[in-house]
Write a protein of this length. Structure first.
Length: 215
């Protein structure tokens, strides 16, 4: 009987301690193969697209917004995304799943559970934090989260689209777009569209310049 091929994995850049721990855990499992590790966030779309791994392990702290995850998921639909975060709340985990993650786990999760999550994710099975300690930590209040529609609006705002163009793209009214945009600004802690675009360009210096479109 033919042996099952290894689960190919791409690992994003993590803090040194987490990165070494992941490498050590995966090295102990002969059924998992790391094809590329320590990938900077801005290189993930290219690396994941080229290597086409079964699983990619992402650092929640490197994501600028859920849009980053969704764009990865849409561009690489065959790859399963496992997101590791510092003490994620249930809402944060559910949002990651909504935008394309197959698993969302705390970086404090026991090693065997992370390895198990990689195996489950490779089969398309969703995984959430489940330990008592993680659930206790999850009860702490977290930041406001974007809804899927707000993430749609955010993505188009960052492309420099006007409110009317966003309304046509999403098949909603202009006033609805303005309402979603206000919620996006509030949740991301910016005052207006210009500040949103400026912050995005600062966080992603390789991104092409985007002039804010008129409201």
């Amino acid at each position: 009987m033919n042996a099952r091929p290894p689960i190919t994995v791409v690992i994003a850049r993590f803090e040194d301690l987490v990165a070494h721990g992941l490498r050590a855990l995966i090295a102990e499992d002969p059924n998992i193969e790391v094809v590329v590790g320590d990938v900077p966030h801005e290189r993930l779309p290219v690396v994941v697209g080229q290597k086409d791994p079964l699983v990619a392990i992402l650092n929640f702290g490197s994501l600028r917004s859920p849009v980053d995850l969704r764009e990865l998921h849409l561009s690489c639909p065959q790859t399963r995304f496992v997101v590791l975060a510092n003490r994620p709340t249930p809402d944060e985990c559910n949002q990651m799943l909504t935008f394309g993650a197959t698993a969302c786990l705390s970086k404090e999760t026991q090693g065997r559970d992370i390895v198990n999550a990689i195996h489950l994710a490779s089969r398309g099975m969703h995984v959430l934090p489940r330990t008592a300690r993680e659930l206790d930590l999850a009860r702490a209040p977290g930041p406001d989260l974007l809804t899927p529609r707000e993430a749609d609006v955010l993505e188009l705002l960052l492309q420099g689209r006007s409110n009317s163009e966003i309304a046509m793209n999403l098949h909603v009214g202009v006033e609805t777009v303005r309402t979603h945009a206000r919620h996006v600004y509030q949740k991301l802690g910016v005052s207006d569209r210009r500040e949103l675009v400026r912050r995005h360009r600062t966080a992603s210096p390789q991104a092409p310049p985007m002039a804010p479109a008129p409201a």
